[in-house]
Design a protein around this ligand. Structure first.
Ligand code: PLP
Length: 501
């Protein structure tokens, strides 16, 4: 058995545990037929040709469809229920955007098609660039990065190249808050910088006095998300930007939390020099399962020539690709994840200016409402009013009744809600981070709060139930340590990792 969960909880097919696709396989079965050959058959001879057949499962079309449909139904999804996963912005993706992306002219477009024949696609990227720079307060953008973390690396490589070109080779430190997402220090390190951590104060904001002590001639820049990962707006952002700029450092905006401020304020006006936007978060394109996402990077004018290329430029008559002069190069094959960018544009057009201007306000309203009801059972980590997300803590419940954030998350899964993000940010003990997004109704928010209340009341009385959740799901409590230490993604090897409790 792979997890602490129990094999008998697997959905049964005809009274038997669900077979794997390999177990369904029968020699000679096919889910497709090739059309009859209407040309002469050729034999290809090459020393690299594989002789033996690949050991692929052989199944009928219906078996294949049933198998993957059954697997899909085991997953929790934004389309099935409330997904309050803080720092991830799991909002509903309107079908309209999917429909646009599925149109033949877009989905069958080859990325190497000549620019003369793809003027419409180039225009889409150009218009979206225009919208994005208006929303973020920047000047130019590139769609190369396929996700937020890749956007971060892009931004840091831009900082690196800019510093070298301007004789600031001494600058080697990137400052990140201790509450930052793990990708921030990882990206800084990948780009060849040293990471310096700045502390969060008791209010949940960057400790500006501490920051002043850390900033010096070696400072290359600061990475910050605003609102920060505690869901609080960094009120001292103008002073923070001045501190970094006073030593010729640059300010990088991690756009994971842009959803809170769209239509309210702009990173460019706060003093940021580089911004990535997670189109797969803020602009409602599917998120999760590793992507594909889109993390376009936007910069102020003085950094334009460092952007990764190719980028679309509008001439008098048409659109064309160009490669900036001092570009850091490519971050992705071809032009980034075009269909994700297209979905984002469709979403923006669907909402219009009025919709985009109120998006952030509704996200904040929902989070403030939910935080006020939840705080009665799960105290908030900080007292300042939150923005689009907030962090609660089960620290006291753990002391009094041994109830951990993990147990609450697992029980919620059993009751039809996705768990909030737990144990992040790392600086908050027994953290549960909720992000309702603007797409939930007040009834859904109330239902989550009531369910949480019931779970905690029940666990307080029946402490033995603590480790029993989830009872209804195919996988119970996977051992998280073993996969972290021995990453195996192959089914055969996976079985070898037998864990007996
Ligand atoms: C604050 C923050 N920064 C960066 C990222 C990385 O973004 P991505 O998952 O698109 O790589 C995340 C991801 O959730 C995040 O929450």
């Amino acid at each position: 058995m792979i997890s602490g969960g129990n094999a008998s909880s697997l959905p049964l097919v005809g009274g038997l545990p669900e077979p794997t696709i390999k177990e369904l396989s029968k020699p000679g079965r096919r889910a497709f037929n090739y059309p009859k050959l209407d040309i002469d058959e050729e034999t290809i001879e090459h020393e690299c040709l594989k002789i033996e057949k690949a050991p692929l499962p052989e199944v009928s079309e219906h078996d294949l469809v049933m198998h993957f449909s059954r697997l899909a139904h085991r997953n929790f999804a934004v389309d099935l229920g409330f997904y309050p996963l803080g720092s991830c912005t799991m909002k509903y993706n309107p079908r309209f955007a999917d429909w646009v992306a599925s149109l033949d002219g877009f989905s069958n477009l080859h990325p190497a098609a000549p620019q003369k024949q793809t003027q419409g696609a180039l225009e889409i990227l150009n218009v979206l660039e225009d919208y994005l720079i208006k929303i973020t307060g920047m000047d130019y953008a590139s769609f190369q990065p396929p996700a937020g973390a890749s956007g971060e690396l892009t931004g840091l490589l831009i900082i690196k190249k800019y510093l070298i070109e301007n004789n600031f080779d001494n600058k080697k430190n990137i400052i990140v808050p201790d509450s930052a997402h793990g990708t921030n220090p990882a990206s800084a390190k990948m780009a060849g910088f040293e990471v310096i951590e700045v502390a969060t104060n008791e209010e949940g904001l960057i400790d500006v006095q501490e920051l002043k002590k850390l900033v010096n001639e070696d400072t290359a820049g600061l990475m910050l998300t605003n609102p920060n990962t505690g869901g609080l707006f960094e009120e001292d952002i103008i002073e923070i930007a001045d501190i970094i700029h006073s030593v010729d450092g640059l300010l990088y905006y991690d756009g994971a939390n842009l959803n809170a401020i769209v239509g309210i304020c702009r990173p460019g006006d706060m003093g940021f020099d580089i911004v990535h936007s997670n189109l797969h978060k803020t602009f409602a394109t599917p998120h999760g399962g590793g992507g594909p996402g889109s993390g376009p990077v936007a910069v102020k004018k003085f950094l334009k020539e460092y952007l990764p290329g190719p980028i679309v430029k509008k001439n008098k008559k048409d659109y064309e690709w160009y490669f900036p002069d001092k570009s850091i190069g490519r971050m992705h094959g071809y032009h980034g994840n075009f269909l994700v960018a297209l979905r984002a544009l469709a979403y923006m057009k669907l909402l219009g200016k009025e919709g985009l201007d109120t998006l952030g306000s509704f996200a904040v309203l929902n989070a403030r409402y939910l935080s006020s009801v939840i705080s009665k059972v799960l105290p908030l980590a900080y007292t300042k009013p939150c923005m689009h997300e907030f962090v609660s803590t089960s620290k006291e419940l753990k002391k009094s009744h041994k109830i951990k954030a993990y147990d609450i998350g697992k029980a919620l899964l059993d009751k039809g809600f996705h768990s909030p993000t737990i144990y992040f940010p790392l600086i908050i003990e027994e953290a549960l981070m909720f992000e309702p997004t603007e797409t939930q109704t007040v009834e859904t928010l109330d239902e989550l709060a009531h369910t949480l209340n019931d779970i905690i009341d029940d666990l307080k009385i029946n402490n033995d139930k603590l480790t029993q959740y989830p009872k209804k799901l195919p996988v119970g409590r996977p051992n998280e340590l073993i996969p972290a230490k021995h990453l195996t993604v192959n089914w055969g090897d996976f079985e070898l990792l037998e864990i007996t409790e």
